[in-house]
Write a protein that binds this ligand. Structure first.
Ligand code: SAM
Length: 330
């Protein structure tokens, strides 16, 4: 007989997520970073009731997020490194962005029936300041964590001008100019996102070499004179037509010898794996009108049809689910 364990795990997988997301949202890890606490001390600090707080803290222990000894709770190493504000590897904003999408995932059936996202993308791209901040700082946290993987993956020696299309917080641009002293970068993104990008680029001390341009990548004329174009985390918001247009316009803005870097979560050929990439496609379908996920082989083919040469696909180091597809002009 088949083992039903996978079905049982899938049936309750959201229990794990919601316990974690709620603990993060109400500040459990931040509070315990200040001092270890009993249940009643934690309930006082978190403004919660002791009875449910005990259940939540115990579940967090079982999830590996907290440790408990003689009724006193502390953060586990995992929580201390990734979930306490101020830690260099802090991921709490990305966690908050995922938490913001929880209710949207509850509308998956609605999205399937209506073929449109239940969440208006404007909510987290400017209209709701708190959600926009979670999104942009979440991208920044994530980019800080994986950005150096991208910087290590592609060689920009001798390159002078990078255009970062849909560059979000500008973190990748800042990391690239830090690595290559002769490089300058321009981050193009929507106006409300660019406001936060300016803040982040300033905090990284990169303002003198990374500038921003508020605009819409569908309609804004791209600046010319670039020898590198980066399109990271953008293709998953776009249809095949939208991706082909961006790839074509990126080519037009590149000088001969210029390099296009497409970095994203991509599926394998055929689209049925890896698991994270397939679910990520649903996540994007729920949050952007043309959202989904593309296969790296399709993207490479679109680049070839646009006239790029030397096309290469490289995976980020595990456990990062991203891949990069690069190609050159000429
Ligand atoms: C997932 S984020 C990627 C950000 C960054 N490139 C990175 O990899 O961390 C997608 C970005 O595309 C931007 N974006 C979406 N639609 C856009 C549009 N029409 N014009 C300009 N930027 C847009 C969003 O604001 C967001 O910053």
């Amino acid at each position: 007989m088949l083992d039903p364990t996978p079905i049982m795990q899938l049936t309750t997988a959201y229990w794990n997520a919601m316990t974690f997301l709620t603990a993060n949202r109400i500040g459990v890890f931040e509070a315990l970073a200040k001092t270890p606490m009993s249940v009643s001390e934690a309930a006082d600090a978190l403004n919660t009731h002791p009875r449910p707080t005990r259940l939540l803290l115990n579940s967090c222990v079982a999830l590996g997020l907290l440790e408990e000894s003689e009724g006193v709770y502390t953060n586990s190493a995992l929580a201390s490194v990734f979930l306490v504000p101020g830690s260099p590897a802090f991921m709490g904003n990305a966690v908050r962005y995922s938490d913001d999408l929880y209710a949207t995932w509850g509308k998956l059936e609605q999205a399937l029936r209506e073929n449109r996202p239940p969440l208006a993308q404007e909510t987290y791209l400017g209209d709701d300041p708190a959600k926009t901040r979670h999104f942009v700082y979440g991208m920044h946290n994530r980019a800080l964590g994986i950005g150096n993987a991208l910087v290590n993956l592609v060689d920009l020696s001798g390159r002078k001008q990078l255009l970062d299309i849909g560059g979000g917080p500008g973190t990748y641009s800042a990391l690239f100019v830090r690595r290559y002293p002769e490089l300058r970068a321009k981050v193009l993104d929507l106006p409300h996102v660019v406001e936060l990008a300016d803040e982040i680029i300033g905090s990284l001390g990169a303002k003198d070499r990374v500038s921003t341009l508020a605009g819409d990548y569908h309609t804004t004329k791209f600046p010319t004179g670039n020898d590198v174009v980066l399109i990271s985390g953008v293709l998953h918001r776009e249809s095949e037509k939208g991706c082909r247009e961006l790839i074509g316009r990126a080519k037009d803005t590149l000088e001969p010898g210029g390099l296009l870097i497409l970095s994203d979560v991509f599926t394998d050929h055929g689209g049925t794996g890896p698991l994270f990439a397939t679910l990520f496609g649903l996540n994007m379908m729920l949050t952007a009108p043309e959202g989904g996920v593309h296969a790296d082989t399709d993207v490479a083919a679109w680049m070839a049809e646009a006239g790029f040469t030397h096309i290469e696909t490289l995976p980020f180091p595990s456990p990062m689910p991203h891949r990069v597809v690069t190609g050159m002009v000429g």
